[in-house]
Design a protein around this ligand. Structure first.
Ligand code: NDP
Length: 497
């Protein structure tokens, strides 16, 4: 049964979006030297929100030089205790301005306000609080007696969790004593620009954080800049490959967090109502724009029909529409280009013989929308079972035995996450030990915590973000306490590097 709700829109009066923005370099917003302008739009309405600067190569050089100066003169020599005060201040300002930041994120990204307000922003603040706590305790973190920063970090992030990905990258970098030049995605620059203002408000020394808006070319110029010591990237496997080639043969350190095609595996003894909620959260949260989304549902054959019927019933109650409405469950697709990609992959599902089911919902006339969609009759060979769709599209496969579930779950070039639903603890442990995935959730999905490491195997990338492990990629670990590092969760290959 679906209840009717009156509209409950969040007010946008709390945000003050400027007509245009410059680049944030050396503690100030400045005009570009050799760049251009582009527009950022609200994907739910196609309304132009602001004019944004696309940084050119000379802007990149200026930002990297500012970050280098700040590293050598101020941030690198500063004690961890002093650094932590700044990071705590940033965390508190994020909390104070969280409503404004949530509204801004929803306007620029298209995600429901319920998610930006209740998931993204609390996690963003938690990340800064968590790493602020490490800044003055680095010598006790298992990286040897006096771990040193790497220098200037070039960070490139995607559009699916704009401010959260910024937090995952900036917080550990600053805690470790590095300075940062960060490029947000072309379609979602606004919260990174608001974060620049927060850095100013926190009196962060100029040059410690620099924000360069722009497109792919800006990102490439940044990661290829010769005076960068560390590159951190989250995005598609394809661009990750290009960056890896660009960094090869240099002394730059690299971490890559790339795509995924996670299996969400439901056994016949699973608590079915709970599992249905987990499946919905696994693939329809954030419109499926989630690298660790449970985009392949593996159902044990004996419960497949019942589970699919329950899932369809539940999807019929999801509300799709205005992301600013507090009742909305499914928001807009982030861009026209992403909508086209999702539609093309879904069409390939039809062409290859899978059965498409679409949740009954009315799509708004303007903006970029795709209804929650479930494909059944999917085989391992179908593109929708192999390629990252990055949208609200679920591919359902079945299995009979635990061995078959393991085989199918791992039969992917990716390895970011997996979900296991069963009432047996022993089966959870047996399955988790066999999953080639960086994160395995049991009887839940898409749970995040700043203390918990996140990252991939195989084509999902390498290196970890979050937790104590997330500090390592921002520290010079020449003097790493190897035994301790392995004990706290570094792989032997990571330690040996
Ligand atoms: P990209 O990998 O192209 O974008 C990620 C970030 O990298 C953006 O800031 C982008 O800038 C930047 N970038 C693009 N090209 C380069 C380059 N050569 N060097 C350095 N930086 C670069 O992802 P898309 O946004 O194009 O999405 C394409 C597909 O990738 C999606 O359909 C999805 O399947 C996958 N994806 C996966 C993500 C994940 O977390 N696993 C996140 C985002 C996308 P700009 O935004 O201006 O292009």
């Amino acid at each position: 049964m679906t209840f009717e709700y009156a509209p409950a829109p969040e007010s946008r009066s709390i945000v003050d979006i400027a007509d245009s923005y410059g680049l944030f370099i050396d503690g100030a917003f400045v005009d570009t030297i050799d760049g251009a302008q582009f527009k950022t739009v609200n994907p739910a309405t196609e309304e132009v929100l602001s004019s944004i600067t696309e940084a050119g190569a000379e802007d990149v050089d200026r930002a990297v030089r500012a970050a280098r100066r700040a590293y050598e003169d101020v941030w690198g020599p500063m004690s961890g205790r002093e650094r932590s005060k700044y990071i705590y201040r940033i965390a508190r300002l994020i909390q104070e301005r969280s409503r404004e930041l949530a509204v801004l994120e929803t306007l620029d990204n298209g995600k429901p306000i319920r998610e930006s307000r209740d998931v993204d922003l609390p996690l963003v603040a938690a990340h800064f609080f968590y790493y602020a706590g490490w800044a003055d305790k680095l010598e006790h973190a298992g990286f040897g007696p006096s771990p040193r920063p790497l220098g200037v970090a070039a960070q490139v992030i995607p559009w699916n969790f704009p401010l959260l990905m910024l937090a995952w990258k900036v917080a550990p970098a600053l805690a470790g004593g590095n300075t940062v030049v960060l490029k947000p995605a072309e379609t979602t620059p606004l919260t990174a620009l608001a974060f620049a203002d927060i850095c100013r408000q926190a009196d962060l020394p100029p040059g410690v954080v620099n924000i360069l808006t722009g497109a792919g070319a800006t990102g490439r110029a940044l990661v290829e800049h010769p005076d960068v010591d560390k590159v951190a990237f989250t995005g598609s496997t394809e661009v990750g490959r290009q960056i890896m080639k660009g960094v090869a043969g240099t002394t730059k350190r690299l971490t890559l967090e790339l795509g995924g095609k996670a299996a969400n595996i439901v056994f016949d003894d699973a608590p079915i109502d709970q599992a249905i909620e987990g499946i919905v959260n696994g693939i329809f949260f954030n419109q499926g724009h989630v690298c660790c989304a449970g985009s392949r549902l593996l159902l044990q054959e004996s419960i497949a029909d019942e589970a699919i019927a329950s899932l369809q019933r539940r999807l019929g109650t999801l509300r799709l529409g205005d992301p600013m409405d507090k009742n909305t469950d499914v928001g807009a697709i982030n861009s026209a280009a992403q909508l086209e990609r999702i539609a093309e992959l879904a069409d390939s599902g039809d062409a290859e013989g899978a059965m498409r089911w679409t949740a009954p919902c009315q799509l708004p006339d303007r903006g970029y929308w795709f209804p929650p969609t479930v494909f059944t009759g999917v085989t391992q060979a179908h593109r929708i079972a192999r390629e990252e769709i990055f949208g609200p599209v679920l591919s359902v496969l079945t299995f009979r035995t635990p061995d078959e579930a393991v085989e199918k779950a791992n039969n992917t070039p990716y390895g970011l996450s997996a979900g296991i639903w069963t009432e047996k603890g022993s089966r959870i442990l047996w399955m988790a030990a066999r999953m080639r995935a960086g994160v395995v959730w049991a009887n839940t999905f898409n749970r995040f915590d700043p203390t918990s490491p996140f990252g991939g195997y195989k084509e999902s990338g390498f290196g970890r973000e979050g937790g104590i492990q997330g500090l390592g990629p921002y520290l010079n670990t020449d003097t790493m306490d190897y035994d301790n590092a392995i004990r706290i969760g570094f792989g032997v290959s990571e330690v040996a590097r």
